[in-house]
Design a protein around this ligand. Structure first.
Ligand SMILES: Cc1cc2nc3c(=O)[nH]c(=O)nc-3n(C[C@H](O)[C@H](O)[C@H](O)COP(=O)(O)OP(=O)(O)OC[C@H]3O[C@@H](n4cnc5c(N)ncnc54)[C@H](O)[C@@H]3O)c2cc1C
Length: 353
């Protein structure tokens, strides 16, 4: 069997690794030259067994990424600290993505992935039964038994197959950036700072480097590229900030025929959900199992299993996020409550089976 995976972030590399361990041939391509930057460093300690399963836990530990004991939630009238466990021994990770994503990718390459760097698909060929026959880059035609979209929010294959995303929130834009900060900033543990307009996340991701994310829930918060959260204004920014569309959304079909979508190409919630990298890795592992067992399983059941698994995850995280926003009194009457019911609803189509 041969699998073509587009996108070598945590989703694509994890899927490739698990497939290769089962003796499946993998071609993995990414438009970027690694190591490449990506936002989203903070991971729950529960990620450890997955890193072990992928065979990268020792490499991750050798890097001595910053670990934290829990998270501070700070609002106008109170500050609460939620440790990951009572002993404060179970520690979360600040997996600096440039380095972490390269560990995952190099692991897949060492296991035998044929990696095409700085390579993007430009076209796709379908069979009369609407299976994918091949995808082509500017200089290569790639054939395979299964094709996987792991291109993150760009969702290249999802879009190429004209599969719609259903929105579950008003438009939400997250701004993020990094500053060079010294020890005068007390940041042993990340801080989620809530205010009337939304939230600001600040976390130390490297010695002398702090990341921030800002989300305005009332839609009023357009930022210029030099904007910084007030807690960090005394520090030097590292490059200008970036804006990302984090509107809550899910693809109406997450797999069908001989293709699957992974990670952010399936659904997106705003970063307060904090499961982005976990979902990327877990969806990669899940799809590798489905593909490895595909010869002996019913194809429709395989797609239903994947859809139900992802959809349940999406709904649970979405509902918890909604509850979190609604229970914070400062967010009464914000758009999340006023968002038109007609635009909500659960995805109705299940991959055409
Ligand atoms: C501001 C912000 C903060 C976040 N914070 C956290 C956090 O603290 N913890 C957490 O778990 N999650 C966080 N997330 C979410 C997390 O970043 C994503 O969920 C995660 O990166 C998704 O992994 P992925 O592998 O699906 O996609 P990505 O990591 O986006 O990887 C996709 C890969 O596909 C490649 N690609 C794209 N298009 C093409 C193409 N056409 N052809 C070939 N290759 C292509 C890209 O170059 C990239 O390497 C945050 C997100 C944002 C925006």
């Amino acid at each position: 069997m041969k699998i073509v995976i587009i996108g070598a972030g945590p989703a694509g590399s994890s899927c490739a690794t698990q497939l290769l361990k089962s003796g499946v041939e993998v071609v993995l391509l990414d438009r970027e030259n690694f190591p490449r930057h990506a936002p989203g460093e903070t991971l729950h300690p529960g990620i450890e067994p997955l890193l072990e399963q992928l065979g990268v836990l020792d490499l991750v530990n050798q890097k001595e990424f910053i670990r934290h004991e829990g998270i501070f939630n700070i609002s106008e009238d109170k500050s609460t600290f939620t440790p990951y466990d009572e002993d404060k021994k179970w520690k979360g990770f600040q997996l600096f993505r440039k380095e972490f994503d390269s560990i995952l990718l190099n692991n897949a390459i060492e296991l035998g992935a044929d990696f095409l760097s700085e390579s993007s698909p430009v076209s796709i060929k379908l069979t009369p039964q609407n299976q994918i026959e091949s995808i082509s880059t500017s200089n290569k035609k790639l054939v395979g038994d299964f094709f996987i979209d792991a291109t993150g929010k760009r969702a290249w294959l999802v879009n190429r197959l004209k599969i719609p995303f259903k929105n579950y929130s008003p438009k939400r834009i997250a701004y993020y950036g990094y500053v060079e900060a010294n020890d005068s900033l007390d940041l042993k543990n990340p801080k989620m700072i809530w205010d009337k307009g939304g939230w600001t996340w600040i976390a130390k991701v490297k010695k002398n480097q702090v990341s921030w994310v800002r989300l305005d829930l009332n839609g009023q918060g357009k930022k210029d590229k030099n904007w910084l959260p007030k807690e960090l204004r005394r520090f030097q920014p590292i490059k200008m900030s970036k804006a990302v569309d984090v509107t809550w959304r899910m693809a109406e079909i997450v797999s069908d025929k001989n293709y699957f979508f992974l990670g952010d190409a399936t659904f997106v919630l705003d970063p307060a959900a904090s499961h982005g990298v976990l979902k990327a890795i877990m969806s990669g592992i899940m799809v590798s199992h489905l593909i490895v067992n595909s010869e002996t399983s019913n194809i429709n059941d395989m797609h239903k299993t994947y859809y139900n698994w992802l959809n349940q995850w999406f709904i649970k995280d979405k509902d918890e996020l909604n509850k979190l926003y609604k229970t914070l009194t400062t967010f009464k009457n914000l758009e999340v409550e006023n968002f038109s019911k007609e635009n909500q609803g659960e995805s109705k189509r299940i991959h055409g089976v």
